[in-house]
Structure formats: structure tokens, C-alpha cells
Design a protein around this ligand. Structure first.
Ligand code: SIN
Length: 458
């Protein structure tokens, strides 16, 4: 069997090897997925729910193994990996319950001799492509609603994090899940393997989390066979701290939002706009917190910030910081590469328009602070981006909270909340941040087609 190396970003050493599957293997997986669809969709929602429930229980029991695997393959601090296993399992638990609630509607009739219904049916076999930054939760966030709806899934995880995905499929099978209903394909040739699924009209749905650049390409490829799509793409989250904000609470939450996963989430605060009246105390308090962050071996319970996932990620972070410093910003804390793939947790002040960090997603442990005075101007600045995934606003004034939240062109707005994502709420963006929603009932709708039945009465 051909394999490829899985690299531990904390040490740059080979951690393990994963199967490097071929186009022929992708074709075989597709055929199995298509063949299994009829059987899986014919199961009652209660039967599907029972398997999902068992899968949830096995994931919870496997927390230690999954967490170590994740930390090993992508460098997330182990305490965060344990949290991610719980987060990932919670999607499965929620959709095990939701499987039983794919209700239809009775449509009021316009004619006494007709009765009309809208029912839900699974879209069909699904191709799912997941990223490395949440190797477990991004899998279950897609796969659990798809399986609950009655779809079959072939999953292609990112090349950096195949091990967690393989383990999740093993647990599915251990839970009594039919192997052909949920399969994983790992490969170093994603374009050729993915083409198998894009070119086949029997695959009815693409679900993807990753960069906007790749998302646009996949959207075009999916159009050839008119697949339904869910795309969860890049973000550039503004974090607006108004003059009346609770500064300690805002600092505590911006730290969570910015430095979780070493800044490698799509919803991380990327631009921190602070009202000039409170900019100094806010920046001082944040600098104190950034200095205290413990950077190091992600397998240690003490570590809060691990390495970047790879050299490309590290280079991008360094280039954003160099660009900002070169154009007049100041590093209040950090600002430099450390050994290997580590970067110092960094706080930049004096950041202004025209710097790359205010325009592009950094995906790293760097927080730029920008001062503001005018509410209308800061809303315009926050919206002045192609992205529209998550935004945050901090204020104690309820009127201002609603005024700003309602004008932000984003799919998710956290008001005095730096971590709004949960399995039962809608997650997704507008503009170039994507199409569709994951989580809650919205996440399952993505895998269901509406079927209208009109019954003529004798
Ligand atoms: C993401 O970065 O795409 C996911 C973040 C989350 O679910 O909190």
C-alpha cells in the first residue's frame, strides 16, 4: 500500500504514515457510497439515530486517543484537543436527536379535491472535504447531519490531519455503522481524487471547509454536475470594543478568540478595533495577558500556544507582521519567529489602513489593535472586506449593541461573546466566506431536499 508521511508540526518529525489512496480507490469508494445510499435512506430515522448515538458514546470514550492524535498531527495544545473531542461529539449527539425531527409540512389547499404536502428526502451521496484546523469537529459537523438525514458520505480530510479522520471512521464502524455509509479517503493527490466525485452526477452534494480560493474552484467544479454545495470559507473577523465596554471581560474573550488554536480558526479576531478613549488601558491589559501565554510542547497540559501547522502557515504570519512593522506598526509584545514552526504571540499597535494584516486572514497568533472614534465609520471599516463570517462587538449599551450587530454584514455576530460557535446554532458566512450553514436544524437542511406531494382526491 502506498502511504504518505504525517508530520508532527511541534517537532517537524514524521509522526505516522497514512494511506495515499489512488483514483481507482476513490472510484471504488464512490461506487460503494452510491450502492449503500438506498439501504441507508430506507432505515427509519430512529434506526439512524441509534447508530449515531452509539458513535457519540464511542467518541466520548475515545477522548484521550483522539486528542493525542490531533495534537500530534496538527499541533493544537492538548487541553484544546480534549475540548475539541467534546465539541465534535456534541455534533453527533445533537444530530442523533435531530434525525427524528426531519418534519414535513401540510400546505393549505386551494382546491377541495386536492391535499398537498412538503416532505424531506436525503439529497444523496455526499463528498465532504475537511480542513486540518479542527480535525475532529469539522468532520462531525458535516458528517453527523448528513448521516442523520439519510445520506452516505465519502470524506477527504486535509493531508496534514488524516489520522483523526481515519479514527472517527473506525469508531463509526465499531458503533455498528455500515462501513460503506461513511468512508474516508486519504491522499496526497487531492485534485485527481476529488475529480472522481465532482465528475459523477450521482454524488449530489459537496460540503467543504477551507480557504476562499479553493472554495471558489470547488464551487465551479460542483456546478458541472449541479451538486448542492455548502462552503465554509475564510474570515477576517473584526472585534469592536466600544468606549463603554467591560474592559477585563473584553480582554479575556479577545484572548480566547485570537489565540485559540494559535490563531488558526476561521472565526479568530483578526482586527481589533478599540475606541480611542479606552485604547491605552485595553492595550496594556491585553499586553499583560499576551506576555503570560505559555508557548511550547502542545502535548503538555501547561501549553496554551503551539506551533503553526506548516512552513507555509508560518511564513504567512511572519510576512503579515513584517509588513505591518515596515509600515509603522509597533510590536508591544512578540513579533518574531521562534524555533521550528513556532511564532511568538504578538500584539501590534499603531496598525493602520493599507497593512496586509487588515485585509488578509492571518491564521496565526498575532493581534493587531486599531483605534477608532466614530461608530458609523467603524461599522463601515468592519464591513469593508470581501469576507463575512464572524464579527464581535463589546458594549454595555443595549441600543448600541443592536445597532451595530444589525449593521454588520456577517453570518455570526458575538455581542459581548468571543466564542459563539456551538453545535445547536447556525455557523456560516456571507459574501466570500461561503454558502450555507452548519449546526442546528439549519445544518441538517443542507442535506435534505424538499419533495412536494400533491394528492388529487376522487
Ligand atoms: C473554524 O475555524 O472553521 C471553526 C471554528 C469553530 O467551530 O469554533
Amino acid at each position: 500500500m502506498k502511504t504518505f508521511d504525517v508530520i508532527n508540526p511541534a517537532t517537524s518529525a514524521v509522526l505516522d504514515r497514512a494511506p495515499d489512496q489512488s483514483v481507482a480507490e476513490a472510484k471504488a469508494a464512490l461506487e460503494k457510497s452510491v450502492a449503500a445510499f438506498g439501504m441507508w435512506k430506507a432505515k427509519t430515522p430512529f434506526e439512524r439515530s441509534a447508530v449515531l448515538r452509539k458513535w457519540y458514546e464511542l467518541i466520548v470514550k475515545d477522548e484521550d486517543t483522539l486528542a493525542k492524535m490531533m495534537t500530534g498531527e496538527m499541533g493544537k495544545p492538548i487541553t484544546e484537543s480534549r475540548g475539541e473531542v467534546k465539541y465534535a461529539a456534541a455534533f453527533v449527539e445533537w444530530y442523533a436527536e435531530e434525525a427524528k425531527r426531519a418534519y414535513g409540512e401540510i400546505i393549505p389547499t386551494h382546491a377541495n379535491n386536492k391535499r398537498m404536502f412538503a416532505t424531506r428526502q436525503p439529497v444523496g451521496p455526499v463528498y465532504a472535504v475537511t480542513p486540518w484546523n479542527f480535525p475532529a469537529a469539522m468532520v462531525t459537523r458535516k458528517v453527523a447531519p448528513a448521516l442523520a438525514a439519510g445520506c452516505t458520505v465519502v470524506l477527504k480530510p486535509a493531508e496534514q490531519s488524516p489520522l483523526t479522520a481515519i479514527r472517527l471512521v473506525e469508531l463509526w464502524v465499531n458503533a455498528g455503522g455500515p462501513p460503506d455509509v461513511f468512508q474516508v479517503i486519504t491522499t496526497m493527490d487531492p485534485a485527481a481524487v476529488s475529480a472522481v466525485f465532482f465528475d459523477d452526477a450521482r454524488v449530489r452534494k459537496l460540503t467543504f471547509t477551507g480557504s476562499t480560493e479553493v472554495g471558489i474552484k470547488l464551487y465551479q467544479l460542483a456546478a458541472k454536475t449541479m451538486k448542492r454545495v455548502s462552503l465554509e470559507l475564510g474570515g477576517h473577523a473584526p472585534f469592536i470594543v466600544c468606549e463603554d465596554a467591560d474592559i477585563p471581560a473584553a480582554v479575556q474573550q479577545v484572548m480566547l478568540s485570537k489565540f485559540r488554536n494559535a490563531g488558526q480558526t476561521c472565526v479568530c479576531a483578526n482586527r481589533i478595533y478599540v475606541h480611542e478613549k479606552i485604547q491605552s488601558p485595553f492595550a496594556e491589559a491585553m499586553a499583560d495577558s499576551v506576555k503570560k501565554l505559555r508557548v511550547g510542547d502542545p502535548m503538555s497540559d501547561q501549553t496554551q500556544v503551539g506551533p503553526l501547522v506548516d512552513q507555509q502557515g508560518l511564513d504567512k504570519v511572519a510576512s503579515h507582521v513584517d509588513d505591518a512593522l515596515g509600515k509603522g506598526a509597533t510590536a508591544m509584545v512578540g513579533g518574531r519567529k521562534k524555533e521550528g514552526l513556532f511564532f511568538e504571540p504578538t500584539l501590534l499597535t499603531g496598525v493602520s489602513a493599507g497593512m496586509r494584516i487588515l485585509e488578509e486572514e492571518t491564521f496565526g497568533p498575532v493581534a493587531p489593535i486599531v483605534g477608532f472614534t466614530d461608530e458609523a465609520a467603524i461599522i463601515r471599516a468592519a464591513n469593508n472586506t470581501p469576507y463575512g463570517l464572524a464579527a464581535y462587538v463589546w458594549t454595555r449599551d443595549l441600543g448600541r449593541a443592536f445597532r451595530i450587530a444589525e449593521q454588520l454584514e456577517y453570518g455570526i455576530v458575538g455581542v459581548n461573546d468571543g466564542t459563539p460557535a456551538v453545535p445547536h446554532a447556525p455557523f456560516g458566512g456571507v459574501k466570500f466566506s461561503g454558502i450555507g450553514r452548519e449546526g442546528g436544524p439549519w445544518g441538517m437542511e443542507e442535506y435534505l431536499d424538499v419533495r412536494y406531494i400533491s394528492v388529487g382526491l376522487p
